[in-house]
Each structure stands twice: as structure tokens, then as C-alpha cells.
Design a protein. Structure first.
Ligand SMILES: Nc1ncnc2c1ncn2[C@@H]1O[C@H](COP(=O)(O)OP(=O)(O)O)[C@@H](O)[C@H]1O
Ligand SMILES: [Mg+2]
Length: 358
């Protein structure tokens, strides 16, 4: 296992900057997820750790040793690609065994390791099959076994579950998590799926446009997003964002004025749909129900208010409101996040009480 350090690690192709100079430390045995939208540089970061791409700047260290010039096959890194990338003409056993081929592992030792890896991911019954004779989920397990057979010091997973159906994704999520705990292998998961990231990893690295926006636990990112991007990327349905202006101890949003001390200038107010509530007209903001979306255990409403249209998420499948109904929209004070519009950073304010002002 290894402690992984990136110091000012960057990658560009000509004018295309895939990863800006990035600092990141991953502790020995830790499970970290790199989360962000498509094209933000997640795979590029992973491929630099694997030795598939050479960084255009910075230093990568495994347990304090510089590995920039160490070839991929000498880094002892296991990698699982989104496409599985199994060799189609090789049996499962041969696929799993492949990484040991150039390592001078004695035949009996290799056979032992192959069956051990196969057993870990529950494909020991499939060793004679070809990839085409298996389901996507089974192929993914084989790819995982192939990554583990080297007993890697670092395990890299690039969107490993995105080609699986929803039920299987759920099972594999828990299984990979358990396996990682048991083996204690330092693991980096790349994903665009926030649920996958927050349920599987100890810490989540949230990326956008080649940059790390925030590193933290699921709670940190949800409750204390330090950037507007993080607030809008984490949470589903997405957070409500409203433009406002802070001056002389108040924030003005639309026709409303809220007390907010210590901040100035253009701001964006963030309110999560699950923190808003619907009540009888006359309570909170004046609202009118625009749309009703049943989501199973919850119901999502789009409500017209003096602040603009707001998403409100209510627990329960019971639909208490219908399109066209007048309602009140209540906002608990602690649910409000406020960001500087120019820098997109979250601002701390001594008081911000929307309910009072409304
Ligand atoms: N081999 C490549 N050549 C040129 N540009 C690339 C290459 N690989 C990735 N990029 C670009 O780098 C950026 C980051 O890509 P990538 O790391 O694959 O994103 P992600 O995995 O987050 O979807 C994208 O703009 C992508 O088009
Ligand atoms: Mg990718």
C-alpha cells in the first residue's frame, strides 16, 4: 500500500489544459473519489498516476519516491477502466493472469493468485469462459480481479460502474467498498456520480475544469460547499440559486430584503429544495404551484414566488398540492448559503434570516 502525493501536477495537450497544477495527498489505505462532470480532468489525473500519461509539470510520489519517470508496469498499480478492456480471445483465467506475465511470478504462485483474485470478486466459476460469454457485471468483476492479482500498492477505478444497470451498481458499490476495506489498498475512484462518490469513498475530491474545487467528506461538500460550483454539483434535485445584492447590512433578492451583516456586493443565494417547505398561503413567501413531480418517496414541486421560481422537495409520496394551488413557502434560516458572485466563494455572514424578512 502507498501514500500518494501530487505536487503541482499538471497536464496539457498543446493549448488544451486537462489538469491545472494540482496538489493532493492520499493517505496509505485511504479510499478517495474524484468527482466531477465529464471532461473536467478526472481520467487524465488517474492516467498520470497509473503512468499511462506523463505529466507536463509537477511531481508524483508514492511513499515519498518520485515516480514521474517510472514506467506504468513498474508502478505496481491496478487499474479498472470503464470499458473493462478485457482481452476478447482470452479466457477469464488468462485475462486475470495477464498482469503477472512479465513479472517472473512462478507458475504455481500465479495460479494461486489467480484463483484468490477470482474468489475475491466471485468469478471462480467462470474461469474458462470468454469475455463475450459473460454479462457486463461479470466482465467488470473480472476486470477488478485482473487489477487485484498484482497485489497493487494503488488501485485506480475509472467510472467502473457506469455501464452496469441500477441494481447491479448498488451491489457492486457495496462490494467494492467492502473489498477495499478488507485489503486495505489505497484506492482512487473516478466518477461523475455524486452518490457513488459519497457512499464509497472516505473523502471526495470535487473537480471542475481541471481544478480541485473542494476536498472533504460527503457532509462537508453538501453542508459547507466552499464554492458555488460544489453547491450546484452536489445535491439532487439541484440547489436553488438566486441573484442578490449585499449592502449596508442587508441582502436584497428580488423585492425582498434580508438582514445579512459583514458582506458587500453582488451575491448568489443558495437554498436546497429539501430545506424549503410548503405551507398554507400567508406563511412564508407567497407561492403558486407550477409543476408537481412525483419521485416515489418524495415529491418535487416547482413554485413561483416573489424570488423567482423555486424547487421545493417534500418527503412522502402523498401529493398535498396541485398545479395552480396557492401556497406559502417556508425557509429555515440555517438552510441558506450565500456566495460572492464574482469569486463564487461562499461567504460567512453573521445573520441571514429569510423567514423573518418574508
Ligand atoms: N489524449 C488526449 N488528447 C487531447 N485532449 C485530451 C486527451 N485526453 C483528454 N483530453 C482532454 O482533456 C480534458 C479532460 O479529459 P478527461 O480527463 O478525460 O476528463 P474526465 O475523465 O473528467 O471526463 C478534456 O477536455 C479532454 O477533451
Ligand atoms: Mg473520464
Amino acid at each position: 500500500m502507498a501514500r500518494i502525493e501530487l505536487e503541482q501536477v499538471a497536464k496539457s495537450w498543446g493549448d488544451v489544459v486537462a489538469v491545472e497544477p494540482t496538489d493532493l495527498v492520499i493517505e496509505d489505505g485511504e479510499f478517495v473519489a474524484i468527482l466531477g462532470p465529464s471532461g473536467c480532468g478526472k481520467s487524465t489525473t488517474l492516467f498520470m498516476l497509473a503512468g499511462i500519461y506523463a505529466p507536463t509539470g509537477g511531481e508524483i510520489r508514492f511513499d515519498g519516491h518520485l515516480v514521474n519517470r517510472v514506467e506504468a508496469r513498474d508502478r505496481n498499480v491496478g487499474i479498472v477502466f470503464q470499458s473493462y478492456a478485457l482481452y476478447p480471445h482470452m479466457t477469464v483465467a488468462k485475462n486475470i493472469r495477464f498482469p503477472l506475465k512479465f513479472k517472473g511470478v512462478p507458475a504455481d504462485e500465479a495460479a494461486r493468485r489467480v484463483s484468490e483474485a477470482a474468489r475475491l470478486v466471485h468469478v471462480e466459476e467462470l474461469l474458462d469462459r470468454l469475455p463475450a460469454e459473460m454479462s457486463g457485471g461479470q466482465q467488470q468483476r473480472v476486470a477488478l480481479a485482473r487489477a487485484l492479482v498484482k497485489e497493487p500498492q494503488l488501485l485506480l477505478l475509472d467510472e467502473p460502474l457506469s455501464n452496469l444497470d441500477a441494481t447491479l451498481r448498488l451491489t457492486m458499490r457495496a462490494e467494492i467498498r467492502r473489498l477495499q476495506r478488507r485489503l486495505g489498498v489505497t484506492t482512487i475512484l473516478v466518477t461523475h456520480d455524486q452518490i457513488e462518490a459519497t457512499t464509497m469513498a472516505d473523502r471526495v475530491v470535487c473537480m471542475s475544469k481541471g481544478r480541485i474545487e473542494q476536498i472533504g467528506t460527503a457532509d462537508d461538500l453538501y453542508q459547507r460547499p466552499n464554492k458555488l460550483f460544489v453547491a450546484s454539483f452536489i445535491g439532487a434535485p439541484p440547489i436553488n440559486l438566486l441573484d442578490g445584492r449585499a449592502e449596508r447590512g442587508t441582502v436584497r433578492v428580488g423585492e425582498l430584503t434580508l438582514p445579512a451583516s459583514g458582506i458587500e456586493g453582488a451575491v448568489v443565494l443558495g437554498i436546497r429544495p429539501e430545506h424549503l417547505g410548503l405551507s398554507a398561503p400567508g406563511h412564508g413567501l407567497a407561492g403558486r404551484i407550477l409543476t408537481v413531480e412525483p419521485l416515489g418517496r418524495e415529491t418535487l414541486y416547482e413554485v413561483a414566488t416573489p424570488l423567482g421560481s423555486l424547487r421545493v422537495l417534500e418527503a412522502g409520496s402523498e401529493r398535498r398540492w396541485r398545479e395552480g394551488d396557492a401556497s406559502g413557502v417556508t425557509v429555515p434560516d440555517e438552510a441558506l448559503l450565500i456566495f460572492d458572485k464574482a469569486s463564487e466563494r461562499r461567504l460567512e455572514t453573521a445573520s441571514l434570516a429569510l423567514a423573518e424578512a418574508a
